[in-house]
Design a protein around this ligand. Structure first.
Ligand code: ADP
Ligand code: MG
Length: 337
């Protein structure tokens, strides 16, 4: 079987002090891509690696008759709907691919549109305001402390200790930072102080894999208790994710609530094959969806043992190679119907 592997490669390591590096935070580094290709080859597939840049369409067009399936881990290059780019090309070329459709991809990359769909479907997510300009006034329904984040980024890009704001001056400063760094609107929502979970889903219909907890009580004092860029890209890497627990220790009531939220979200947004959902609780352990990751990060364990999806899969005995195989087989089954 022939697989085209579609990826975006990061050329610079994310550095909070160098905003221009943050735009590539969601991409994979060259070692990750190399290893992923190696694993696919080990599974016996013939692999055509294609970087998801401006030339990708021509390569796909030329190889169309040879490609049985695209394994898509690309994020897309430009614009706020970039994660939909490769799926849209593949629809046009009628090449089967792993993961969600252009519509679902565009929705999940835009945290505010995704939340509108969740709210319409009565799936718990926080109330929010999208700041179209830095001078917009805060809605009276929102109270400090608030979290300010870019509306269409990932991998904690633009999220630092300063993202929690306590007053109008702090809010204005942070909305301005998002606007200037990403050329993007800022999403503002209440700051939640409870536990945080990440949930991997796989299959059609999906299986909810064991819940992972990011235990922020274990973080050194200099970090705020959430997954800022510093925590994800420095602490987590340096400690191989010491603060990550899978399966999380949670009571049955919360587990059931989370499972239902994830399955409802999958159906409401129309996810396919695999995704990862980030959920955070308030102090009373009421869970709220923060965002959806599709495709989720999937770095091999020898390069990053803390990469969430493979870590969760390992907790039920699915190694990296088998995980890739399961994603591929899940996608192929959809096209055989
Ligand atoms: N409303 C919030 N309250 C508290 N922490 C938050 C909130 N929103 C985001 N965070 C923290 O920031 C991290 C990154 O935010 P998230 O919405 O998942 O965006 P990304 O796409 O960058 O992963 C979360 O994992 C969480 O730790
Ligand atoms: Mg997240």
């Amino acid at each position: 079987m022939n697989i085209a592997f579609l990826y975006n490669v990061r050329h610079r390591y994310p550095d909070p002090k160098k905003p221009q590096t943050l735009r590539e935070a969601d991409f994979d580094d060259p070692e990750t891509t190399e290893l992923q290709i190696k694993y696919l080859k080990k599974l016996g597939y013939k692999v055509f690696p294609i970087e998801a840049n401006e030339e990708a369409y021509f390569k796909l067009y030329r190889l169309k008759s040879k490609i049985d399936l695209v394994f898509n881990v690309s994020e897309g290059l430009h614009g706020n709907d970039r994660e939909a780019q490769i799926p849209a090309m593949l629809e046009m070329l009628q090449i089967p691919y792993t993961g969600s459709s252009p519509l679902a991809q565009a929705i999940v990359l835009n945290k505010s549109k995704a939340k509108e769909i969740l709210i319409a479907n009565k799936i718990p997510t926080l109330p929010f305001q999208l700041f179209k300009s830095r001078n917009e006034k805060l809605n009276k329904s929102l109270n400090y402390p608030l979290m300010v984040k870019p509306v269409s980024e990932g991998s904690s890009a633009g999220i630092t200790n300063k993202s929690v704001v306590y007053n109008e001056a702090g809010l204005h400063k942070q909305v301005t930072y998002i606007e200037e760094t990403f050329g993007e609107q800022a999403l503002v929502e209440p700051y939640l102080e409870g536990r945080e979970f990440s949930i991997a889903m796989l299959g059609n219909p999906p299986q909810v894999l064991p819940i992972l907890e990011s235990d922020h009580s274990m973080l050194p004092k200099k970090y705020m208790p959430f997954d800022s860029l510093e925590v994800k890209w420095f602490y987590e890497i340096a400690t191989s994710g010491k603060h990550l627990k899978c399966p999380a220790k949670i009571n049955l009531v919360l587990e059931k609530k989370i499972n239902k939220i994830c399955l409802d979200l999958w159906n409401a947004i129309g996810i396919r094959d695999w995704c990862r959902i980030d959920i955070r609780c308030d102090k009373k352990e009421n869970p709220y969806v923060l965002e959806v990751n599709s495709p989720p990060g999937c770095t091999p364990p020898e390069h990053d043992p803390a990469s969430y999806f493979p870590l969760i899969a390992r907790s039920i005995g699915i190694d990296y190679e088998n995980l890739l195989k399961m994603i591929i087989e899940t996608a192929l089954k959809r096209y055989k119907k």
